[in-house]
Ligand binder design. Structure first.
Ligand SMILES: NC(=O)c1ccc[n+]([C@@H]2O[C@H](COP(=O)([O-])OP(=O)(O)OC[C@H]3O[C@@H](n4cnc5c(N)ncnc54)[C@H](O)[C@@H]3O)[C@@H](O)[C@H]2O)c1
Length: 320
């Protein structure tokens, strides 16, 4: 049985591909290499196309049939919040348009099982308590809205076309299983801090006057290898007689402050205490931590890696 992984050349996708191969699955990657890297997934069959192009549907359908695809993991998307605010049309075309084209091809090729990369961004502002899947969804930027629309689209297609789907709402993903799978973006706290430290700059911390234990924001950081394993559990869950709920959180259930993360990375760089504290950034909620009871109960999945494993792997993966 072949699993199609869209966005499989990207940061999280290449970890999903690696985990699937390690579990003995056959994989077909679909990626336009806009942010992904071929060298992250050498030797894996790749169909290079832009999912946002409506003309991709016949090629995608043929590829799914030719490779005997039985399930899909859809990670391909644009993910920069600031860019989504400046270029909303691009984000809707890419993230919503891309999913509609993929679903057209999967329905035509009679592929039933779909795992979708969603995000904690669908929740918008949250309070201090761990966020359950029942928390109201109120995304505060176009990126988050494209993810929420993606979840609805999947559920509508599940009803109309007999698909079995699950959307995984990742919290803050970081770390690397190996050097060639490093996150090359600079759009999140861990990658931005590592990049600043590698340039010998002071990493920035935005806001230290929040109502949190050390005054800085609290987030749920989850190791990318654990996230990859959640996709295997989700695929197994879909194929089982009792499919999982339509949406599941993927996090650790533990909150860590921004200052703790920056301080640990600064230690690893040999420059403890070098953080530069700035004012608050607009739109940053004080604390966002996942409740992970549901995914534990329904898929038996739990994050296994510690925060330190994650930060050390992120640091080592970018060493010269
Ligand atoms: N990184 C995170 O912390 C995080 C958190 C929540 C959700 N997500 C979601 O996880 C998924 C993967 O994120 P990532 O961090 O690996 O990002 P990434 O940019 O490294 O990977 C995205 C991959 O999709 C490919 N791609 C993008 N647009 C495409 C298109 N139109 N057609 C074909 N391929 C296309 C890119 O080339 C890349 O390989 C995304 O859907 C993202 O929204 C990520």
């Amino acid at each position: 049985m072949t699993v199609m992984v869209t966005g499989g050349a990207g940061y999280i996708g290449s970890h999903v591909v690696t985990a699937l191969l390690a579990a003995g699955r056959t994989v077909l990657v679909v990626d336009d290499l806009s942010t992904g890297r071929r060298e992250s997934i050498p030797d894996v069959p790749l169909v290079r196309l832009d999912l946002a192009d409506p003309d991709c549907v016949p090629e995608l359908t043929d590829a799914a049939r030719a490779h005997g695809v039985r399930a899909a993991v859809h990670l391909a998307a644009k993910k920069r919040v600031d860019e989504s605010v400046a270029l909303p049309l691009r984000y809707y075309e890419q993230n919503v348009g891309g999913l509609t084209h993929l679903l057209r091809a999967l329905v035509a090729a009679q592929v039933r099982d779909v795992v979708f990369s969603s995000s904690a961004a669908v929740y918008g502002s949250t309070g201090p308590d761990p966020v359950t899947e029942q928390h109201p969804t109120a995304p505060v930027n176009p990126y988050g809205r494209t993810k929420l629309i993606g979840e609805w689209l999947l559920q509508d297609c599940a009803r109309a076309h007999g698909l079995r789907t699950v959307a995984l709402r990742y919290f803050n993903v970081a770390g690397a299983a190996q050097r060639r799978l490093a996150d090359h973006g600079t759009g999140n706290l861990v990658t931005a801090t590592v990049a600043a430290l590698r340039r010998a700059d002071a990493p920035q911390v935005f806001g230290n006057d929040y109502d949190t234990p050390d005054g800085t924001c609290v987030r749920d950081f989850v190791h990318v290898q654990d996230v990859a394993e959640a996709h295997l559990a989700a695929l197994d869950g879909l194929a089982s007689g009792t499919p999982p709920p339509p949406v599941l959180n993927v996090g650790t259930g533990r909150g860590t402050s921004v200052a703790q993360v920056v301080e640990r990375l600064s230690d690893l760089a040999g420059r403890p205490g070098c953080a530069r504290f700035e004012g608050r950034r607009a739109g940053d909620p004080p604390a966002v931590v996942a409740c992970v009871d549901l995914i534990g109960d329904r898929l038996g999945w739990h994050a296994r890696h510690s925060l330190d494993d994650m930060l050390l792997s992120a640091w080592q993966a970018t060493s010269a």
